[in-house]
Design a protein around this ligand. Structure first.
Ligand code: GLN
Length: 470
């Protein structure tokens, strides 16, 4: 590739040093060549080429959007009008969107080229991309390993050079964890920063949309484009969006907290050493580092899996075989039609979550589980509020291990859930966090570091990330 950022690419097209059409054809050929990785559910060859012809002209004439010609892959949980929206589920395998998600529309309006929709865990439930109706996704660093999930296809699309950047979603770590496993920057914004309109709901009070890229400049640019209030999503917040590009030039020294609960047993030693090395460097460069405590950390996984399954059980009630999506043909009455459509249409992880969620919401258990978890969620948020009075940023590992083997955790859901141990807290608290790729382990597998900030402080994450340019 002759460029390393979207900005450079636009300049090269403008000066006719590269042809956008050729560039799009290059990506299409790579996608074909890397088909085995299974990163895409759908590829839009013809549309991508026609868009490239149109946008190349715009760039040369100087009248183009901020993402002109940038090739993007979109997680298949986001709506794009007249295109399939499957959420990697059998239940939606023949469903076409009737409108476009706001975040996706904003990319289109800035002249990005959508090359296809990426594979993911069914309804974004999973940490390994093994729960997909379209099959598992392979990690390009080692094809016997998972890419992480649920946005595994989006991560692989960038890591394997199948596009310039991609969009994923993060409900409990689904951008940061695959970014860590695939050696990428992946940013989960503050809840409410990016409109969720057109994102298929998993757990509505946790879901966020964000970018994957190989460099922080592209993350800043894409975040500029997709952020902001949207009248179609009442949870999007009317709060000023700073220019994240400016944050790239700020050379600040930060006060950084290391939450001691995130560096205990269970953390892979090579990951610990890699983070220790970075911390030492940061300290030498003048950042102020101190140990802090987030005492509620031990309750995050339990709280996350009670609340998200509760929300999922309610959100997924709409897939009943009656209105849209898969309908079982083997039913003689209405009740059977519901039962069979859902039994045949959903995969086993989704069913597990619906059952868990229905249980924690059922009368007699609601107070013991759901209501209690809501209270704990508040306490987790208060933990963060307290530490952010003292420090600007928190550094933690993103994942307890590097990318694990395909099949390694599939039969053991609890172990799978524990791979989200460091990421779910940011979703419980609604705060932004990023994965920064910092090293490779002895087998050449990527190691990620998570940086967390207070609500609406994405610019701090971006400015801090410039310390990790390669
Ligand atoms: N792995 C987590 C889960 O299975 C997170 C998923 C996500 O962020 N969408 O719920």
């Amino acid at each position: 590739m002759k460029y390393s950022t979207i900005k450079e690419k636009i300049d090269l097209i403008k000066s006719k040093k590269i042809s956008l059409v050729e560039n799009v054809k290059f990506f299409l050929a790579r996608i074909e060549e890397k088909k085995k990785l299974n990163a895409f559910n759908f590829v839009f060859e013809q549309d991508a080429i026609s868009r490239a012809i149109e946008i190349e002209k715009k760039i040369i004439s100087g009248k183009h959007g901020r993402l002109a010609g940038a090739v993007v892959a979109i997680k298949d949980v986001l709506a794009l009008k007249n295109y399939p929206l499957t959420c990697s589920s059998k239940i939606l395998r023949n469903f076409y969107s009737i409108y476009t998600a706001t975040a996706v529309q904003k990319l289109i309006d800035e002249d990005a080229i959508i090359i296809g929709k990426t594979n993911c865990d069914e309804f974004a439930m999973g940490s390994s991309n093994e729960n997909s109706y379209f099959g598992i996704v392979l990690n390009p660093y080692d094809e016997s390993r998972v890419p992480g999930g649920s946005s595994g296809g989006s991560a692989v699309a960038v890591a394997a050079d199948l596009c310039d950047f991609s969009i994923g979603t993060d409900t409990g770590g689904s951008i940061r964890q695959p970014a860590a496993f695939c050696g990428l920057f992946g940013l989960k914004p503050t809840y409410g920063r990016v409109s969720r309109y057109g994102l298929t709901a998993f757990a509505s009070s946790f879901d966020t949309i964000g970018p994957f890229a190989k460099n922080i400049d592209d993350i800043a640019l894409v975040l500029n484009v997709i952020s902001g209030k949207d009248s179609k999503d009442s949870t999007s917040v009317n709060y000023p969006v700073p220019d994240y590009i400016e944050a790239l030039n700020e050379k600040k020294k930060f006060r950084i907290g290391l939450p001691k609960e995130y560096f205990t047993e269970g953390l892979d030693n090579e990951i610990k050493i890699a983070i220790d090395n970075q911390i030492e460097k940061l300290s030498l460069e003048g950042h102020q580092i101190e140990e802090v405590s987030l005492p509620m950390t031990e309750y995050t996984i339990a709280t996350y899996y009670i609340l998200t399954t509760a929300e999922a059980s309610s959100n997924l009630a709409r897939y009943d075989g009656a209105r849209y999506g898969y309908r079982s043909e083997n039913s003689t009455n209405l009740e059977d039609m519901y039962l069979n459509s859902r039994s045949e249409g959903f995969g086993s992880e989704v069913k597990r979550r619906i059952m868990l969620g229905t249980y924690v919401l059922s009368s007699g258990y609601y107070d013991a589980y759901y209501r209690k978890a809501q209270k704990v969620r508040r306490l987790i948020k208060e933990d963060f509020d307290k530490v952010f009075n003292k420090v600007d940023l928190l550094i933690t590992p993103t994942t307890p291990t590097v990318a694990f083997k395909i099949g390694e955790k599939y039969e053991n859901p609890l172990e799978m859930y524990l791979s989200d141990i460091y990421t779910t807290s940011a979703n419980l608290a609604g705060i932004p966090a990023i994965n920064i790729p910092i090293a490779k382990n002895k087998d050449g597998l990527p190691i990620g570091m998570q940086v967390i900030a207070q609500q609406f402080s994405e610019e701090k994450l971006i400015s801090f990330s410039t310390n990790f340019k390669y």
